[in-house]
Design a protein around this ligand. Structure first.
Ligand code: NAD
Length: 415
């Protein structure tokens, strides 16, 4: 996704909402973009330079909030796009954060653990002045995890000379994290699905779901939908997957997948007693299944003009960031397919991060049960608000979500 695509939408929806032009221009431009060179002493004694980025998009509603990803595709453009999506996301679910994103252009699989630690510590040193529990709060993202966050936090704390657990979220439970965080994006997506599925006017057990991507988001989404009673008919990860019209057993599928087995190697359809007639589907084929609900939960740009006309789902829940590109969206809308946008559907993770930050910084502590309930209630409320506006204004749910977010951000901007 190009940043221009977001800017076009911001200006178009800003105009449609009759927002102050100057405020819209402020929102369309990131407040700060940081690019740093990070020298790292490699295990062989040589020094290698990596490129790191942090884009702080908008802070009108509160401290910047956004993940850190380590991936060979990380660059300024991608970071800028993801930072803007974070500002919109935090505004759609109405939490007092702005939006940011960061990362390092590196394939963590190609460096050792000690090199990864030095890289993370060196990056923390480079951007420490711009980070803080009330300034900008990173979190794990693609290829980063609580351990990497811990290295980042420890180096940051060494620089500022004090203990600041709230400077990052997504910490492990023993380091001041909260239990719901790991499952939060998938749980939030399941809550959104449950709310939106009401429009299908069907019993939950008759509502079919297909999911692409069985990583953190995809498997937690599948877990919660399964327990809510939805019929998950297809699951695929990058090496392919399986489908069965009677539904798949989430637990059996995930048990084997988490042990390294490919989903397409085993039949998991024995909800109604053992059988052996699952059909193998490819990673992309799963998108084209005849299903009520389709959730792309893997990576971006999975539905494009090349395959949009083959999509048979009635509703698409965008769990990955930007899984449907703009051209595909036009084709899908003409086919009457409802798209629940990423800035709403996958915002459960940042919502849980907010609970973690509140606990660390403001001393507001929720039990696991309270955080689950609050997350589900807030996600459902945001879904209803976006759906109602889209119906009132006869606009897509993406346009409605942008409208709500832009109004909230604009209101907070002081000129
Ligand atoms: P992850 O790395 O844990 O899982 C992604 C899974 O998708 C992996 O199992 C991978 O093998 C699979 N995959 C990759 N390409 C695929 C393809 N073409 N077809 C099928 N499967 C494929 O990542 P995640 O944390 O689950 O994130 C998934 C998506 O959700 C990403 O787009 C991420 O940006 C977005 N997201 C994640 C969170 C979060 O809290 N984790 C929050 C918001 C958005």
């Amino acid at each position: 996704m190009a940043y221009e695509e977001i800017v076009d939408l911001i200006f178009r929806i800003g105009k449609q909402s009759k927002l102050d032009k100057d405020k819209v221009a402020i929102i369309a431009n990131p407040e700060r973009e940081i690019k740093v060179s990070i020298p790292v002493k490699m295990d062989n004694g040589e020094t290698k330079i990596f490129q790191g980025f942090r884009v702080q998009h908008n802070s009108a509603r509160g401290p910047y909030k956004g993940g850190l990803r380590y991936h060979p595709c990380v660059d300024l453009e991608e970071t800028r796009v993801l930072a803007a999506l974070m500002s919109l996301k935090t505004a759609v679910i109405d939490i007092p954060f702005g939006g940011s994103k960061g990362g390092i252009c590196v394939d963590p699989k190609n460096i050792s653990k000690t090199e990864l630690k030095r890289l993370t510590e060196s990056f923390a040193e480079k951007i420490a002045d711009f980070i803080g529990e009330k300034k900008d709060i990173p979190a794990p993202d693609v290829n980063t995890n609580p351990q990497i966050m811990k290295w980042f936090r420890k180096r940051y704390e060494k620089i500022v000379g004090k203990d600041t657990p709230g400077v990052i979220t997504g910490k492990s439970y023993s380091d001041g994290g909260i239990r719901v965080r790991d499952e939060a994006t998938g749980l939030g997506g399941a809550a959104v699905t449950q709310e939106i599925a009401k429009i299908l006017n069907k019993k939950t057990q008759d509502i079919t779901v297909a999911i692409q991507g069985f990583g953190n988001v995809g498997h937690h989404l599948a877990h919660h939908l399964y327990h809510m009673g939805f019929r998950i008919i297809g699951i695929a990860d990058i090496d392919g997957g399986i489908m069965h019209e009677d539904g798949l057993d989430y637990h059996k599928t995930y048990k084997d997948f988490s042990k390294g087995k490919k989903i397409c190697q085993v039949c998991y359809c024995n909800i109604h007693g053992p059988s052996n007639d699952c059909k193998v589907v490819g990673a992309n084929e799963v998108l084209e299944l005849k299903t009520d609900i389709l959730s792309p939960a893997a990576v971006g740009d999975q539905i494009t003009k090349e395959n949009a006309h083959k999509i048979k789902a009635k509703i698409i829940i965008e769990m990955a960031n930007h899984p449907v590109d703009a051209e595909a969206e036009k084709i899908l809308s003409q086919k009457g397919i409802l798209i629940v946008p990423d800035i709403l559907a996958n915002s459960g993770g940042v919502l849980a991060s907010y609970y973690e930050w509140q606990e660390n910084v403001q001393g507001i502590k929720l039990s696991y049960e309270e955080s689950v309930k609050s997350l589900i209630d807030k996600m459902k409320k945001a879904t209803r608000t976006v759906l109602e506006l889209s119906r009132d204004q006869k606009i897509s749910m993406r346009e409605a979500a942008y409208m709500i977010a832009l109004k909230r951000i604009a209101k907070a901007i002081k000129k």
